[in-house]
Design a protein around this ligand. Structure first.
Ligand code: FES
Length: 117
């Protein structure tokens, strides 16, 4: 008997104060670039994790850093210029002017890992 295991990896949803604005599908290199494509304004300078100018409060979720940031961060802060969302993320930024997205149809959490005989 053979079995096939399917695992669904969904793109993280990035929300701003609870308003979903984008699916992070990897088309942009960083979270900052993905936000800029959606016309969301985030002040930035070095764009490399040095200056801390893009420091943004994370309401919920988590990020993964592409390069280790040198700017000092609080536990609830991230640097969008050098990170990507590692799961659904809600940031303390204004969604004003951004196109909102609908939450995609998702599987029941227990159905995300399917075993087919
Ligand atoms: S722009 Fe300098 S740390 Fe992000």
């Amino acid at each position: 008997m053979s079995s096939l295991t399917l695992t669904c990896n969904k793109a993280p949803i990035v929300s701003l104060n609870g308003q979903p604005v984008l699916l992070f599908n990897g088309q942009q290199h960083t979270l900052l670039q993905a936000l800029e494509v959606k016309k969301i304004k985030v002040f930035s300078e070095c764009r490399s994790g040095y200056c801390g100018a893009c420091k943004t409060r994370v309401i919920s979720g988590s990020v993964r850093y592409l390069t280790e940031p040198l700017a000092v961060l609080g536990e609830d802060e991230c640097l969008p210029c050098c990170c990507v969302p590692s799961k659904d993320l809600d940031l303390d930024l204004s969604a004003k002017g951004a196109d909102l997205v609908n939450r995609p149809v998702s599987l029941h959490p227990q159905a995300e890992h399917l075993l087919i005989d």
